[in-house]
Design a protein around this ligand. Structure first.
Ligand code: C2E
Ligand code: CA
Ligand code: CA
Ligand code: CA
Length: 276
């Protein structure tokens, strides 16, 4: 009835208002978090599947919100993108990762730190300058930092992606295609990009031992990557069974709870020392 839909509209408008209010609060909060000390990084190791030698870590951002408590990136990265705050967040992550790497170098525990870029970062004309500037601040070099980009972020603007990836590659940085398998059906773009590694999305990896379809997809991704001279990392490896299957199929590296959960920089140093 008319009454009913009028009520619905009223309710909808009300919730929109409070959504907007929520968003405004979150935006102010996130700005403060980036400028202050509410963000921090955790690090998740990646290892060579054969030797179990550590090959690097991935930096994963966390937000310690004073009222909401610990927030995972899934709760605020999309928001940061829409609110125009992702560039500053990426700069924050970059600076924090380089600073951490400097500490690790000081104690002889250094490995490359991979950071996640968003599609907005690919359109940031100052990205390169910023990356090199952050490294210069701490006397670092391009082997300190690596970059992970999702397929969908690349397909958002393929020519922008191509341009930035070429620049990063020429400067000596390694590039990972993240969440591989989820984003795009055509794989021809891979030929046009300077890519060092593919990371197979955890949704294919997790149930590998119990799902023939996942197994088939993972095997063909590995084959495809190798035919293009690209190495493969499987993410979300939670069991020894899955790790053994991946090793048989020629996957080069693994990351997941089976090796380690994301841990603090401090914990990583002792993890690394004990692991090696
Ligand atoms: P991602 O890059 O695919 O990162 C992997 C996510 O899977 C992480 O969640 C990690 O904690 C989780 N994970 C790792 N191993 C396992 C496993 O064996 N089993 C299971 N169930 N999960 C595992 P997290 O830290 O919550 O990050 C979620 C997403 O947020 C990331 O997905 C990434 O896309 C994004 N993200 C994280 N940090 C940043 C950042 O600094 N910048 C940007 N732009 N995005 C970020
Ligand atoms: Ca990633
Ligand atoms: Ca991923
Ligand atoms: Ca993912």
């Amino acid at each position: 009835s008319a009454k009913c839909s009028a009520e619905k509209i009223a309710v909808y408008a009300g919730s929109l208002d409070s959504d907007n209010a929520q968003r405004l609060i979150l935006m102010t909060d996130l700005r403060r978090a980036i400028d202050g000390d509410e963000l921090f990084l955790l690090f998740q190791p990646k290892v060579k599947i054969r030797s179990r030698a550590i090959s690097g870590v991935e930096a994963l951002v966390r937000w310690k919100h004073p009222e909401q408590g610990l927030m995972s990136p899934n709760q605020f990265i999309n928001f940061a993108e829409r609110a125009g705050l992702i560039t500053r967040l990426t700069y924050w992550v970059l600076a924090a990762a380089v600073r951490e790497s400097h500490v690790w170098h000081g104690s002889g525990q250094a490995v490359p730190i991979a950071i996640n870029l968003s599609s907005h970062d690919l359109r940031d004309p100052q990205l390169m300058e910023h990356v090199l500037g952050s490294l210069e601040t701490w006397g670092g070099s391009p082997d300190w930092i690596q970059f992970e980009l999702t397929e969908s972020c690349i397909m958002d603007d393929l020519s922008a992606a191509q341009h930035v990836l070429m620049q990063l590659r020429e400067a000596g940085f390694k590039i990972f295609i993240d969440d591989f398998g989820t984003g795009y059906s055509s794989l021809s773009y891979l030929k046009r990009l300077p890519v060092d590694y593919i990371k197979i999305d955890q949704s294919f990896v997790m149930g590998l031992d119990e799902d023939a379809d996942s197994a088939a997809i993972v095997r063909s991704i590995i084959e495809l990557a190798h035919s293009l001279n690209i190495e493969v990392v499987a993410e979300g490896v939670e069991s020894k069974v899955v790790m053994d299957m991946l090793e048989r199929w020629g996957c080069e590296e693994v990351q997941g709870y089976c090796i380690s959960k994301p841990i603090s920089g401090h914990d990583f140093q002792s993890w690394n020392r004990a692991f090696v």
